[in-house]
Ligand binder design. Structure first.
Ligand code: AVJ
Length: 363
């Protein structure tokens, strides 16, 4: 989810020591379980050299300092989703200007029967970045004899709370929560379920956070996770006019600004950094050449910020790139999907062609 293509194998895995993937312990009673932590607390050397930091904070620090050394400066957007960030993102999805969520839900409601037909009987649904799992309920309501549901999310607190609600609503569906950074390798506990096939559910157009090269790698890994006979049900945001896109990421209430600035608050809290949230302003620009919205925090003045013993200098007007959100044409997404090992089986859109939901079959 780093908006910049990682330049080393370590960073492709989200940090210097996060490649270890803990096996998933089988359990007799998944219903009483807290989410499994996976890939978040690497053992072994942190590489950051500060014994006062936990292993996960050391990975965060290494990722932050790597981004601060780039031109332009950047921060990995996966760190936006701490507990407060996940709540702020939920508020974004309720904004009237933020068209993706409502449009995707309407597409799903209109074509649910065709979607669950693609999933088929005894399907194991693997959701990446499940958040509050609101759209998932539409599928769970209609799926034919589902084999199970696995929710994977980087925000452990958020995941635990939404899983409690889901388990109460669907006591008959076996469920598993996995607190993991899905951009790293992690073990999918598919063996626990008696499934006819596995389908990855990746809604919200989160695929747009990845640069094209990373998106290809990630889609390829999702094809591997679904396996032969499996598929991917994915939300893909579409190219459209600049005012609609920019309004969605520059909301008048300032929720998107608060969401992005929360990342600086997190660095202050977890790394003892000294970011002044009032000295940065949120900017979102639709770059039509690259087909993406670019979100930055722009330094309002010349300033120096301390990050765990390091000094980071900012010029007035200097941006920190925090997030890309790519918008696709159907043709461009199809090429990407095919290169990743999928065949596009179904594409559903709304009447205005704002957004699409697609079923990709593993080839
Ligand atoms: C969760 C990545 C799909 O890019 O639209 C929304 C994140 N950031 N507003 C998006 C986001 C600011 C969102 N995704």
């Amino acid at each position: 989810m780093n908006p910049v293509v990682p330049d080393s194998p370590e960073n492709a895995n989200g940090g210097p020591a996060s490649s270890a993937s803990a096996p998933v312990a089988p359990s007799a009673s998944p219903a009483q379980q807290a989410p499994l932590r996976n890939g978040k607390e690497p053992s072994g050397a942190s590489g950051a050299g500060d014994p006062a930091l936990s292993a996960s904070a050391a990975v965060l620090l290494a990722d932050v300092m790597e981004g601060m050394g780039r031109a332009p400066k950047s921060l990995p957007c996966k760190y936006l989703y701490d507990a407060a960030g996940s709540r702020l993102f939920d508020r974004i999805t309720e904004l009237s200007a933020y068209y993706p969520t409502a449009t995707e839900r309407a597409i799903m409601q209109a074509h649910l029967d065709e979607m669950v037909a693609c999933l088929g009987r005894r399907c194991l649904l693997l959701e990446y970045g499940s958040g509050s799992s609101l759209k998932t309920r539409l599928l769970l309501d209609q799926m034919s004899d589902p084999a199970g549901y696995v929710a994977i999310d980087i925000s452990e607190e958020h995941l635990a709370a939404s899983m409690r609600r889901l388990r109460a609503a669907y006591p008959h569906i076996p469920m598993r929560a996995l607190a993991a950074d899905y951009t790293t390798s992690f073990a999918v506990p598919s063996a626990e379920f008696e499934a006819a096939r596995a389908v990855v559910y990746f809604p919200g157009s989160t695929i747009g956070n990845f640069e094209p090269r990373e998106a290809l790698d990630f889609l390829t890994r999702m094809a591997g996770a679904a396996g032969p006979g499996g598929g991917l049900l994915i939300g893909v945001d579409l190219e459209k006019d600049r005012p609609t896109v920019e309004a969605a990421y520059n909301d008048a209430e300032g929720v998107t600004a608060a969401f992005n600035k929360n990342l600086l608050r997190r660095l202050n809290r977890e790394l003892g950094a000294t970011f002044d949230l009032d000295a940065f302003r949120h900017r979102a620009v639709y770059n039509l050449d690259e087909g993406r919205i670019e979100m930055s925090l722009v330094s309002a003045c010349r300033q120096t910020v301390r990050v765990n013993g390091h000094s980071v200098g900012f010029a007035e007007g200097e941006p920190i790139l925090v997030e890309y959100s790519y918008k696709f044409t159907l043709a461009r997404f199809r090429r990407l999907a095919e290169r990743a090992g999928f065949a596009v089986q179904k594409v559903w859109t709304d009447a205005n062609r704002l957004f699409s939901v697609q079923y990709l079959r593993v080839r």
